[in-house]
Design a protein around this ligand. Structure first.
Ligand SMILES: Cc1cc2nc3c(=O)[nH]c(=O)nc-3n(C[C@H](O)[C@H](O)[C@H](O)COP(=O)(O)OP(=O)(O)OC[C@H]3O[C@@H](n4cnc5c(N)ncnc54)[C@H](O)[C@@H]3O)c2cc1C
Length: 143
């Protein structure tokens, strides 16, 4: 059995886990997810903000039951703190604040990125209209 630990429960983490199961059905993906909403459509957030999808719960690509059925284990509200390649372990902090360790055979980091904001003074004044999904964004003055 390939013990696969994945940090992150969004597009990267989910796709990695699903593909690993396709390639090797004995793989047991365990996802360490800092938030409580695995496999939500981040790309759909603008659709919720502009009212096209009033119920944000409908932004979930898969339910928890959908994810557990093929053998995914999920540690939600859990933050991966450190990884140690020599002992092949991940140290994490649980929702209650206690720390623990998980061993892995393979480790995938899908923890996203932090956006870089360009130094444009008027960015803060653009408002929600810049977040509307699939719609033309009106040009805004740039200071
Ligand atoms: C508003 C918006 C609209 C978008 N629209 C599109 C689109 O139309 N088409 C498109 O292709 N892309 C779009 N994107 C981009 C797309 O959403 C990202 O490329 C994608 O979400 C990246 O996925 P990811 O799994 O790499 O990271 P993220 O989605 O950022 O997920 C990171 C995951 O890691 C977890 N995490 C982070 N740190 C830790 C830690 N220490 N321990 C445990 N878990 C951790 C988080 O809780 C989360 O589950 C859009 C993005 C935004 C914000």
């Amino acid at each position: 059995v390939n013990r696969q630990v994945i940090v992150g429960g969004s597009d990267t983490g989910m796709m990695a886990g699903l593909r690993a199961r396709e390639v090797d059905p004995t793989t047991r993906p365990m996802l360490i997810v800092a938030d409580a909403y695995p496999n939500f459509s981040i790309c759909g957030i603008p659709c919720h903000i502009c009212g096209e999808v009033p119920d944000w719960r409908r932004l979930a690509h898969r339910s928890l039951a959908d994810l557990k059925a093929p053998g995914f284990e999920l540690l939600l509200g859990t933050r991966a703190d450190t990884t140690d390649p020599s002992s092949k372990t991940v140290t994490f902090t649980s929702p209650t604040g206690t720390s623990g360790q998980i061993p892995y055979d393979t480790l995938i980091l899908g923890k996203g990125a932090i956006p870089v904001r360009p130094p444009i003074a008027s960015l803060d004044t653009l408002g929600l209209s810049t977040a509307q999904h699939g719609r033309h964004i009106r040009p805004q003055p740039i200071a």
